[in-house]
Design a protein around this ligand. Structure first.
Ligand SMILES: [Zn+2]
Length: 219
């Protein structure tokens, strides 16, 4: 979990939803002056736009539940065209799962992560699409390169780090590594604590890295 540090200087400049809405209104205004044939084409283009919106509201990891963050809490992007992805950053929420999802939906929170893993059963919520840049690491360079995974719990309460959570999260990280060609090692699967400039300690001393990396590698 993180807050303002590491967000870009002008996060508002990345507001693609506003841009999309504006261009759609422009299309609609233009449509009124068009003939029937052109209007049919316009209808198709609006449908295509709606399809694109529907596609945006879906998950990158099939078993994840789409729980979208406010668009004010991440930077829209088109990774890996805009930036390569070569890091997975492991976090602990210091909040409940439900409160974490709620905070990411608060446009004033100024932080987000791509995924949140629930302690009790390892279920996964996806809050930010992988091609977008979550404000998760408190370091813009690391944010651009990273996929952030939050784990429900507190760094000083190891009981939250359940077997279900380890297995589910490791499977997610393995899938991300396979998709982007990220080595499944501690140089590329890092804790928030390892991000330069951070004052965060997560996932903390109780996170079992040996176990986690072994699970990510399927051994
Ligand atoms: Zn963190």
């Amino acid at each position: 979990m993180d807050r303002m540090p590491g967000t870009p200087g002008t996060p508002g400049a990345s507001g693609t939803p506003a841009t999309t809405a504006t261009s759609r209104r422009t299309l609609l205004r233009g449509g009124l002056a068009l003939g029937a044939v052109a209007a049919a084409g316009l209808a198709n283009s609006i449908r295509a736009d709606a399809d694109a919106d529907a596609a945006a509201a879906s998950v990158d990891y099939p078993s994840a539940v789409w729980s979208p963050a406010s668009t004010g809490n991440y930077t829209a992007s088109n990774r890996t065209t805009s930036y390569p992805i070569d890091l997975v950053v492991i976090h602990v929420t210091q909040e409940t799962y439900t409160d974490t999802i709620r905070l990411f939906q608060d446009p004033a929170h100024a932080a987000s992560a791509h995924y949140v893993v629930k302690s009790s059963d390892g279920s996964i919520g996806q809050c930010v699409r992988e091609h977008d840049i979550a404000w998760q690491a408190g370091n813009w360079g690391y944010n651009t390169r990273g996929i952030g995974i939050e784990h429900e719990g507190w760094v000083d309460q190891p009981a939250y780090f359940t077997t279900a959570m380890y297995h589910s999260s490791a499977a997610l990280t393995a899938a991300i590594c396979d998709k982007y060609g990220i080595p499944k090692d501690r140089d590329h699967i890092i804790g928030h604590v390892q991000v330069p400039g951070t004052d965060h300690t997560d996932p903390g001393p109780h996170w079992d890295w040996v176990r986690y990396i072994r699970l990510v590698n399927g051994v």
